[in-house]
Design a binder for this molecule. Structure first.
Ligand SMILES: Cc1ncc(COP(=O)(O)O)c(C=O)c1O
Length: 400
């Protein structure tokens, strides 16, 4: 045995350096919290999860059955890089019926391994090194990370609680430069649960057209929407179809986070670029999972409607209970499954607060920045009741 092999077996190899681009890619706070909680749970401690954005519902049975059947039928090989034709047909039909968008399933839709991959391949294929990408902030972290991996520069456009998290033109204008290439929006949004109003979307569309920007519209929470709000796809507004990437997926609406399925719909010229990254990385999304997704879109939508009703009940409960706790402030979320809570009256270190809450009360939340925590209400009603009581006790202690 050579010395080198021996060293390998003994686990004593030199620490290897990662690529310099990794210097600007920290571990995600959400995942870090998730890992910490997992350790606690492995040691036998039960923890209530207000951290991960996962609806605590099983994938509907008819969707699972379709995938089981596909497996049994030998649907175990690659599909087209664009995705299963039957799924692309179903996606194109859904976009037409729900979103008033017309896309050719042959070359204007690509099925991805979750919206996460969709974000990454969009950035890698359309953003040049040095290009700037405007991202409404607070934001889902993957947008900035993917921008950086593409060599681009993420520019945070602040949105404020006192304007119900609707962006204003002056703030967009302040972040604009000759390098600006793309605007990223998400409605309903994570972490604020904001639903961008039609007026806001029209303003954003005008802005994108006047400055010749691409728009990435993350619509993964489209169906998780409450208070009679209406989802509008920005691509359906005049002049927007050719410059917009509409991202959506199955994780949230159909409780399929582990299936890893999403999609992008955009003009063929844009999809041509995306597919070349996809075919050299993921190749195609999981084949038998795609068969389940066909049925998710074409089968009964009743489980989705039931889930949204139940999530709404949980949302209203959370809003009512949080309103009774002094020292916290929040905007009523109208979509997604989160409440973004301002704890600045209590602390300058929301990270420490989240840690203490986990250690003392066994409640997992995500610290979003120094002054905010995000509470996800995907967990079941009984757990939410316990969590809110414990959160109230904990925060009361923080105020005295
Ligand atoms: C706004 C937003 N976009 C995308 C994703 C990623 O979803 P997927 O499971 O489809 O990769 C998430 C997941 O939480 C999200 O909140």
């Amino acid at each position: 045995m050579t010395g080198r092999n021996m060293q390998h077996i003994m686990g004593q190899g030199a620490v290897q350096k990662s690529a310099t681009r990794m210097d600007s890619i920290p571990f995600s706070t959400i995942r870090t919290m998730f890992e910490r909680v997992s350790h606690l749970e492995q040691s036998g401690q039960s923890v209530i999860h207000l951290d991960v954005g996962r609806p605590e519902f099983d994938t509907p049975e008819h969707i699972k059955q379709a995938s089981v059947k596909a497996l049994r039928d030998g649907q175990v090989h690659y599909t087209s890089n664009y995705g299963l034709p039957q799924l692309r047909e179903a996606i194109a039909k859904k976009l037409m019926l729900d979103n008033l968008l017309e896309f050719d399933p042959d070359n204007e839709v690509i099925v991805t391994a979750g919206v996460s991959e969709a974000i990454m391949i969009s950035m890698l294929s359309l953003v040049n090194p040095g290009d700037e990408v405007l991202i409404l902030d607070p934001q889902f972290p993957a947008y900035a990370m993917a921008t950086r991996m593409a060599g681009g520069i993420p520019m945070s456009v602040p949105v404020y609680a006192n304007n119900a998290y609707q962006p204003v033109k002056a703030d967009l204008q302040a972040c604009l430069s000759h390098r600006t290439r793309m605007l990223v929006i998400a409605s309903p949004g994570n972490p604020t649960g904001v639903v961008l109003s039609e007026t806001t979307l029209r303003m954003l569309a005008d802005f994108a057209i006047s400055h010749d920007l691409l728009v990435m519209s993350d619509e993964i929470y489209e169906k998780l929407i409450y208070d009679n709000q209406q989802h509008i796809s920005i691509a359906s507004l005049p002049g927007m179809r050719s410059r917009t990437l509409t991202l959506n997926g199955f994780s949230k609406s159909y409780s399929m986070t582990g299936w890893r399925l999403g999609y992008v719909a955009a003009d063929a010229s844009l999809i041509q670029a995306l597919v070349r990254i996809h075919q050299n990385t993921v190749v195609c999304a999981n084949t038998f999972a795609q068969w389940g997704a066909v049925v998710a879109l074409t089968g009964t939508q009743q489980p989705l409607l039931d889930m949204v009703n139940e999530l709404d009940r949980r949302r209203l409960f959370m809003i009512e209970q949080l309103a009774k706790i002094s020292g916290v402030a929040f905007q009523r979320p109208q979509g997604a499954m989160y409440i973004y809570v301002d704890v600045s009256v209590l602390t300058d270190n929301a990270y420490q607060l989240a840690n203490d809450l986990l250690n003392d009360k066994h409640i997992a939340v995500v610290p979003w920045d120094q002054h905010h925590i995000r509470l996800a209400y995907g967990s079941n009603y009984k757990n939410l009741k316990v969590a809110l009581t414990r959160l109230g006790e904990f925060l009361l202690k923080e105020t005295v």
